[in-house]
Design a protein around this ligand. Structure first.
Ligand code: GCO
Length: 500
């Protein structure tokens, strides 16, 4: 049987899956990594660690496929958005991979956001003006590391780095380009006013190609190492966010995908960008016909890791530790007996887009225990996504079905609590890594009929139904939650000033 390998290169690890045309995952490998040690507010990965993780995950998956006597018809890629690496003329990295979670360019984002150019940049590039975007990171490099800026032959992302090593070409798919803040999502070319703001010409960026673009001619050394033919088709693929919609079945108008991994997001597909006059939502590209609108939050499972390591003084790895965390939180009642958590410990993206926002526990009383704090954390993440979903509904259209994906789907309890907050049924299909499955599906389409996107084959389906009484209780708490940021915004910034 033929399989396609879908690779999802994330911020915490890389996953490769072997996917059949019948929609079964018959082999997979996950390689995790940690960010390099950095000052607070900076978040970087080592490009070599990342490259090796991609090699290892593909190599081990190929070995499993060969053992099962199957054949590989192609490899297709999903990657985290907004990453930046400056490379020299030989393709050697001059910087680490600066990830979406890096906030060093906050002051640049703030200034640009207030300017007329900033509003146009948001509108035409689809990327909110925020330190996550490569645009703001390049501005920061230009002023803070002028030697690196001058020596940089290209400014690229994770996938371009990998593809350059594999094929000797700098290629960027439209989906990842749409998350740079530098790409015109209507004309599908680099956007001059954004290039001017960054102080670069388009020649210092990669060549944009559609997500279904296929490359051949893998470097022989890597072909040997991976155990595949150098003629194997490599589909460039798209971004993890857009592909999570595809892999979790949220592909029709009215389908909302809710992802909670390290970070989180809600997204809806549309045939055109949904320009949000309040600039809360992104508009990314999946294929020539499909845009993905939505909002991402910074604070997902990263909060469980933070709380476990700092307060429970234990190691935390997603998976079993996540399930155990939620089980312990379940000792507290829904609503955590009046303990509310505004989860902005990493600053926040949608809907406030404020890198200086902070977290708050509100309503602490003597009856609260550790379990209440843990429950409040989960509920804070749920409210944050619910708030973003409301702006998607307002801008893109009514929500009809909700599909969940990401590491949190391992916890039935968490899925149920999220369902109760949303007050709408939530479905999880197949339990696989949605972005890797999305990459495989897009890959199959690219190899067969470029430009079209199919939906996953559904083998299993879990539906979660809301409890009306709990939804009503959450609604009362949510109203308090939704007023918190505005009340506290200035205080967060005053505290930041005092700290610095
Ligand atoms: O849609 C999404 O999921 C977000 O917009 C992205 O910014 C991700 O958070 C990022 O790619 C990390 O995986």
């Amino acid at each position: 049987m033929y399989v396609i390998i879908g690779v999802d290169i994330g911020t915490s690890g890389t996953k490769a899956i072997a996917y059949t045309r019948e929609g079964a995952v018959i082999a997979n490998t996950y390689v995790s990594y940690n960010p390099v040690d950095n000052p607070p507010g900076h978040h970087e990965l080592d490009p070599e660690v990342l490259f090796n993780a991609v090699i290892t995950s593909i190599e081990k998956t190929v070995q499993q496929v060969i053992k099962l006597a199957h054949k590989i018809e192609g490899i297709s890629f999903s990657t985290a958005m907004h990453s930046l690496i400056a490379v020299d003329a030989d393709g050697q990295p001059l910087t680490n991979v600066i990830t979406w979670a890096d906030a060093r360019s906050a002051a640049y984002a703030e200034a640009l956001k207030q300017s007329p150019a900033g509003h146009d940049i948001y509108r035409y590039t689809g990327t909110p003006v925020h330190p996550m975007s490569p645009l703001c990171k390049i501005m920061w490099l230009r002023d803070h590391q002028p030697q690196i800026f001058a020596a940089a032959h290209k400014f690229i992302g994770i996938k371009e780095f990998i593809f350059y090593r594999f094929f000797g070409k700098y290629l960027i798919d439209h989906s990842i380009a749409a998350a740079t803040g530098l790409f015109d999502i209507y004309k599908k070319q680099w956007y001059e006013p954004a290039l001017a703001a960054a102080g670069i010409a388009s020649g210092r960026l990669s060549e944009p190609v559609p997500a279904t673009y296929v490359v051949h001619g893998l470097n022989k050394t890597y072909a040997q190492q991976l155990g595949i033919d150098a003629g194997t088709s490599f589909v460039i693929g798209a971004s993890d966010g857009c592909l999570a919609n595809l892999g979790s079945n949220a592909t029709k108008p009215g389908d909302l995908s809710v992802t909670i991994g390290t970070s989180g997001a809600v997204r809806m597909m549309a045939t055109q960008p949904a320009w949000d006059k309040q600039e809360r939502l992104f508009n990314y590209i999946l294929t020539d016909e499909l845009y993905v609108s939505g909002g991402a939050i910074n604070n997902g499972v990263v909060l469980l890791k933070w709380y476990t390591e700092h307060f429970l003084q234990k190691q935390f790895a997603s998976g079993d530790d996540l399930v155990a965390f939620v089980q312990q939180a379940a000792q507290a009642p829904a609503g955590a007996d009046g303990l509310l958590f505004l989860p902005y410990i990493m600053g926040e993206r949608a809907p406030v887009w404020d890198a200086g926002a902070k977290g708050v526990f509100l309503g602490i009383h003597a009856g609260h225990t550790q379990a209440h704090f843990m429950r409040a954390i989960i509920e804070g993440i749920n409210y944050a996504l619910y708030e973003v979903a409301a702006s998607v509904e307002e801008t893109v259209g009514p929500i009809q079905h909700i599909y969940a994906s990401g590491g949190f789907i391992k916890s039935h309890l968490w899925l149920q609590w999220l369902t109760d907050v949303f007050g709408k049924e939530i479905t999880v299909i197949n339990n696989d890594d949605a972005s890797a499955v999305g990459a495989a599906l897009l890959g199959l389409q690219a190899l067969d009929r470029p430009g079209r996107v199919s939906s996953p084959v559904i083998h299993s389906k879990q539906n979660y139904t809301p409890d009306a009484a709990l939804h009503a209780r959450y609604q009362r708490y949510y109203k308090v939650y939704a007023g918190l940021y505005i009340k506290l915004k200035d205080d967060f910034h005053t505290l930041n000033d005092i700290r610095s």
